[in-house]
Design a binder for this molecule. Structure first.
Ligand code: EPZ
Length: 420
């Protein structure tokens, strides 16, 4: 397994191109199953999760071609059962359920496992699909779903932690070819869901309310092929913004969408980080005096859970006490103990982490545990003095396109050490 070797203490300076969004492209890739015609998707990030999803689509019988940036899919002759082993290994693949039901009226997919950040239930996905007329049987770790006739219905998708992003995606993709009208209440409003809706409407779907908690979907008879460019990745952009601030440098984020980053930019400015919007770019500098902040993660447009670990790394550098409260996932503080190995002072009390920041960080060997926790450790390693080795960076490769290459171009002293 590869690791990153980082010599900290160098300010990041220069310009970085933001890649396409992982969390937008995965459901969009699933949506290509809804038509037998060719779909061309541009600005696709070259990530292990994307390559995994390509293999899943191929295992279903789709013709898939990915050159590292443009993806072409033609799902002319597909089956309803994919490669279980692949589907089991990537949670995001759960969103093939809706399109397979809409297209083939049946699907067999493995129950996604939990992961280090939480149990990751799919009860809301199944509730929504049942409302549309799907029979669900769960047997030996697999979901067997059949829907001879999908009919529009009223679906409330709110859960204990608010809306579900991929649950909303699944129900939308089952409803677009259903008979009649579906109304989804408490739908997810994330930009990635809006991008999926834009993709589906371009295919000929009739979906209203994108970005709002209420979606109205009028079923149509068939969908066609489409060309689409994926939105930029707001979490990658936010991650590089925090890295710039933590390093004491200044970075221009080319291609970022400030309108997708409201809560993140607001919180960084509250911490004293200077941010400028110039033309199509976002320039993020470093605070003369970093201030501690409190944050609670919320559904969009609140502060995103996927930025909580990165902000925690920055708050380790801010003199004073910061409280970060995680309201979306039940155990998303794995990065805290690893940050403490770099000298951070963090106490976890239930859903909150209390960071006593301001002590200088010094390099150490640390272990990545999940995608965003790994990003937090890289940020802390860049800010720390001395050498940090981040092990198991395959977690990072799932969601960041050539992260070490982009950081090195900004002046970070970072190198990938091939598999131990
Ligand atoms: C998506 O996961 C993202 N992944 C996650 O990003 C992101 O953290 C999450 O949305 C929240 O924004 C992709 O888009 C591939 P949810 P998803 O269903 O859809 C509970 C990253 O780092 N819930 O919105 O799986 C759930 O337990 C990843 O890029 C139910 O209770 O998340 C959680 O507490 C991590 N029942 C909350 O809802 C359900 O049926 C939000 O989960 C579904 C979810």
């Amino acid at each position: 397994m590869d690791s990153f070797l980082i010599e900290g203490g160098t300010p990041l300076r220069g310009e970085v191109q933001v890649s396409g969004s992982k969390n937008a492209v995965l459901p969009i890739m699933a949506a290509t199953l809804l038509t037998a015609e060719t779909c061309v998707i541009r600005r696709v990030p070259d990530l292990s999760d994307v390559r995994f999803m390509c293999r899943i689509l191929s295992s279903l019988g789709a013709e898939v071609d990915f050159d590292g940036s443009t993806l072409t899919v033609r799902a002319a002759n597909i089956t309803s059962t994919g490669d279980y082993d692949l589907i089991r290994k990537m949670r995001g693949s759960i969103c093939i359920l809706g399109p397979l039901l809409a297209r083939l009226h049946q699907a067999t997919v493995s129950l996604p496992g939990g992961c280090v950040i939480g149990t990751r239930p799919i009860d809301l996905h199944l509730k929504g699909l049942r409302c549309l007329g799907t029979q669900i049987r769960i047997d030996s770790g697999y979901i067997h779903a059949t829907a001879p006739e999908l009919s529009g219905a009223m679906v409330f998708l709110g859960g204990r932690a608010g809306p579900t992003v991929l649950g909303t995606a699944n129900v939308i993709m089952a409803a677009v070819l259903a008979e009649g009208v579906t109304v989804i209440e408490s739908a997810a409003c994330e930009p990635e869901v809006v991008d999926l809706i834009d993709f589906l409407n371009a295919m000929g779907a009739r979906i209203q309310g994108a970005g709002s908690p209420t979606l109205t979907i009028t079923g149509v008879r068939a969908l066609g092929g489409v060309e689409h460019e994926v939105i930029p990745d707001r979490i990658e952009a936010g991650t590089f913004a925090v890295a710039a601030a933590a390093s004491g440098g200044e970075v221009i984020l080319r291609g970022a969408r400030p309108d997708h980053l409201g809560a993140v930019l607001d919180k960084l400015q509250e911490a004293g980080v200077p941010i400028e919007r110039r033309g199509g770019a976002l320039t993020v500098g470093s605070a003369r005096a970093l201030r501690p902040v409190d944050v609670t993660t919320m559904p969009y447009s609140g502060f995103p859970t996927d930025m909580q670990a990165q902000l925690m790394a920055l708050m380790c550098l801010a003199p004073g006490t910061s409280i970060l409260t995680e309201r979306i996932f039940e155990s998303r503080f794995m990065h805290a103990s690893e940050l403490m190995r770099l000298g951070a002072d963090i106490g976890v009390e239930g859903p909150s982490a209390i960071v006593k920041g301001g002590r200088p960080l010094s390099g150490a060997e640390v272990m990545a545990s999940d995608l965003r926790a790994s990003a937090a450790l890289v940020i802390a390693g860049i800010a720390a003095s001395g050498r940090t080795q981040v092990h198991r960076v395959y977690h990072l490769d799932r969601g960041y396109e050539r992260m070490e290459v982009k950081l090195e171009k900004l002046g970070a002293r970072i190198q990938r050490v091939p598999g131990e």
